[in-house]
Write a protein that binds this ligand. Sequence first.
Ligand code: IMP
Ligand code: MG
Length: 181
Amino acid sequence: MRILLDETELKEGVLRLASEIDDFYGNKRHLTVIAVMTGSLVLFADLIRRLSMPQRVGVVQASSYRGGTKSGDLHVDSKMMIDVSGRDVLLVDDIFDTGKTLDRLQQMMLDSGATTVKSAVLLHKNREHSVAMRPDFVAFEIPDEFVVGYGLDYLDMYRNLPYLAVLEPDEIEATALESQP
Ligand code: IMP
Ligand code: MG
């Protein structure tokens, strides 16, 4: 694996992201922060502890990578969502790739009565996106490569890596074998 961002760089990126969000909202306004599971798991835990405003936290699950590295149909599970009506909502996701996930979730939050909806991501892939919306807060721009670690997975593996790495094609094949029960 080729390391793209090491632990120190990730930590600095999260601090930068938190201070941009703090500057935007101020530290008095209540924020409802929603983790887009499962990829934002690690980022979310680190980020919310760096934000200064009072927060309510919730989770929503969205998955579009169904066993591959190309995005497929988006499936959203909102069973664990908290009430967002009349709230300022911040969606937190690991990466903005095609943009379909955040675009759909932003609309879902607005349909559920959220007053405002913004989004924060660790990574923004340098590629053409299929939607008009863009994330409001971005820690890093990265090339259009498949990355794992710091919450991001391939076949649900590698989320625990403390760094972000590019998964090369031969490693993609090897992982498919290794992830078997
Ligand atoms: P989008 O809907 O295409 O923007 O995809 C967003 C979701 O796809 C993210 O929340 C990730 O879970 C997943 N994803 C996109 N690119 C990568 C990647 O390079 N590695 C791992 N997961 C990715
Ligand atoms: Mg995801």
